[in-house]
Design a protein around this ligand. Sequence first.
Ligand code: ADP
Length: 279
Amino acid sequence: MAAFTRLLKPSSSTSSLLFKRSLSATSSSAVASDIPNFSDPKPSRNFQWVFLGCPGVGKGTYASRLSNLLGVPHIATGDLVREELASSGALSRQLAEIVNQGKLVSDEIIFNLLSKRLEAGESKGESGFILDGFPRTLRQAEILDEVTEIDLVVNLKLREDVLVEKCLGRRICSQCGKGFNVASINAKPENGRPGMSMAPLLPPQHCASKLITRADDTELVVKERLRVYYEMSQPVEGFYKSQGKLMEFDLPGGIPESWPKLLEALNLDETEVKQSAVA
Ligand code: ADP
């Protein structure tokens, strides 16, 4: 825990211009609601953002795109867990049992994996982060809150039937690690909810023969992960809402529709950010 505490202290690097710009977000996007007014940017360090949302919602996709855009690392605790699973140690066997049942790994194991990842990043000069899949319990959120300040929490939302379909369509290239989705989603309007279409995200030819499916992306396990999310992780939304840091974002569709709207909600201009990164 000591390592975790030490490593999560705010870093000193900065991208203050962008920081100010995105944290003063007051978007007029029709899909974003409850956008906090970030009137107190922290120009002395880099972005420290969190992505929340149910399994399959697209946290990894959007967090990774924003990480490329903003120049901060995208740190997904699910990836850290899978890296550990791929090793052959005793911890790996212990983790496989938990993850493949759709349960949460203990807070201690997660803190440990996250500390190591942050330490490795720090030694390479990384600063700031977009956390994906962490915090996932109130206790994780409280400890994170004790050791560093989170600037913005983006809560991605999507219809539950679509979430399950998306999880079942997920594929990973076993060679390059990139994620794809073979599901072609056409959800009908239902109970006042609009219909929704999402085109599959297909792999390039060199990945197509190397696709694997996560062992925990079966219907039974996905439904259990959703149940665990509502029970253990949804309270984290309330935690950040009470701090005025939560930005709710209803995904309007696939990446082509959602990405520009998310940037708009965050008050980020892709071209401007890229130019300022070059300058
Ligand atoms: P999802 O697609 O459900 O969002 P992730 O890839 O984030 O899944 O995580 C995969 C699994 O890793 C989770 O089901 C859980 O067992 C474990 N895990 C990841 N992050 C955490 C965390 N912060 N706390 C506890 N367990 C975690």
